[in-house]
Design a protein around this ligand. Structure first.
Ligand SMILES: [Zn+2]
Ligand SMILES: [Zn+2]
Length: 310
């Protein structure tokens, strides 16, 4: 009898064991699946994080570029520092970006190289090209990209100063404007009547809000508004910011121009446009007076009269 009982228990145990095997196998699969899910969730979190770090970093690159242009132009116009090249500006931006990446916490490897700095088709912007690499410390997740971006030079938080008046005549920017005294008058070859003596003007590069240039001539008020604010305009003949910084005399890019308001009124005098007066001296030319109101007039040639509807 005992033998039969033992046999039954033995068979029951075997049966139980056989029934347990699939349960165990299922458990193993579930655990494995769970750890796989945890890993892929971690990877997803890491990759989202790295994407967000990358987009923040790209914003920083734009801000550093604006800030560098602000600081470099400010230093030139306030201390009569000499001209600078795109290469030097590129190095300046690079060093500021390196400072930033060094100061960042070390959970990620971050690297950015400024490859190019070029004039843009829109002269109120410059084009920056950079290569960027961000990766986790174990290099499992990384972003590598080459990017070209336009950086506006008219951001009110980082005003950019026109370096040309200082580089050409040595005038210094103080208290919000430059006061040429005799400097411009002496620079302009045929200013025999001193029509440009004691000119004072702002030199922050601001884009004229009158989009359709021909409307400058609609009323005296619109022209006075533009002259008083010393706005800049898109110009094929004017120089772009990077060529201005290099103190060039010619520029193959789309450039900028602004009016320089004379202090004396005669029938004719050198044309009151910055790229004419601050150009190489043999490229200055004469225009006729355009009276804006009783005390104000500017000298313009036919091309500029037509452009501004005067
Ligand atoms: Zn204007
Ligand atoms: Zn240029």
């Amino acid at each position: 009898m005992k033998i039969i009982k033992d046999e039954n228990a033995y068979i029951t145990s075997i049966l139980l064991l056989v029934m347990l095997i699939p349960v165990l196998l299922l458990l193993i699969v579930v655990i494995d699946q769970h750890s796989h899910d945890v890993n892929s969730t971690l990877d997803k979190l890491q990759s989202d994080k790295i994407k967000s770090i990358c987009s923040d970093f790209e914003e920083i690159i734009i801000t550093i570029t604006k800030e560098s242009l602000h600081n470099i132009t400010h230093e030139i116009v306030t201390s009569n520092r000499s001209k600078t090249t795109s290469d030097e500006i590129k190095k300046h931006i690079q060093s500021k970006i390196d400072e930033y990446t060094l100061a960042m916490d070390n959970d990620y490897n971050m690297h950015c190289k400024i490859d190019e700095l070029n004039p843009a088709t829109d002269p109120f912007k410059i084009e920056i090209e950079y290569s960027l690499q961000i990766s986790t410390k174990d290099n499992k997740i990384s972003i590598i990209k080459n990017q070209r971006k336009l950086v506006e030079i008219t951001d009110k938080n980082y005003p950019v100063y026109d370096p040309l008046p200082t580089l050409k005549t040595g005038v210094i920017f103080r208290e919000g404007y430059v006061d040429y005294k005799n400097k411009l008058s002496e620079y302009v070859v045929s200013d025999t009547d001193d029509v440009y003596v004691n000119v004072k003007q702002h030199i922050i590069i601001r884009e004229c809000p009158i989009n359709n240039y021909i409307q400058h001539g609609n009323t005296n008020q619109s022209m006075m508004f533009c002259l008083n604010n010393h706005n800049y305009h898109d110009s094929h003949d004017g120089m772009c910011l990077l060529c201005r910084l290099e103190n060039s005399s010619s520029c193959n890019h789309q450039g900028l121009e602004t009016f320089i308001l004379p202090t004396k009124i005669f029938d004719a005098a050198p044309v009151s446009i910055d790229h004419v007066l601050l150009n190489d001296r043999n490229n200055q030319y004469t225009g006729n007076i355009m009276t804006i109101n009783n005390n104000t007039g500017i000298y313009l040639d036919n091309g500029h009269k037509k452009k501004y509807g005067l």
